[in-house]
Design a protein around this ligand. Structure first.
Ligand code: ZN
Length: 86
């Protein structure tokens, strides 16, 4: 059964409810009795924002290192010899 999201236009009460396709849409807010508006938060439209797949913006100098993560800053530097700077 699909889940629909509603939001009240009067008191801004938002909730989700499971309804079958044959059920009538809710039109009345259970809190204040105001007018409900159906919110379409469809799955799959969530990724339209910028920034997704932005990882491809690196310079393609070496095409063979596509899936190899660079070990950047993961290896701790060896203990620095405490030589007194004289
Ligand atoms: Zn309401």
């Amino acid at each position: 059964m699909p889940t629909y999201s509603y939001r009240c236009t009067e008191c801004d009460n938002a909730f989700d409810i499971q309804q079958s396709f044959s059920d009538n849409s809710l039109t009345e807010c259970p809190v204040c009795g105001g007018k409900l508006r159906k919110v379409f938060s469809a799955v799959g439209v969530t990724f339209t924002g910028s920034g997704f797949y932005r990882n491809d913006s690196r310079p393609a100098s070496t095409s063979s290192s596509s899936s190899t993560p660079a070990p950047a800053a993961s290896t701790p530097a060896p203990a620095a010899p405490s030589t007194p700077a004289t």
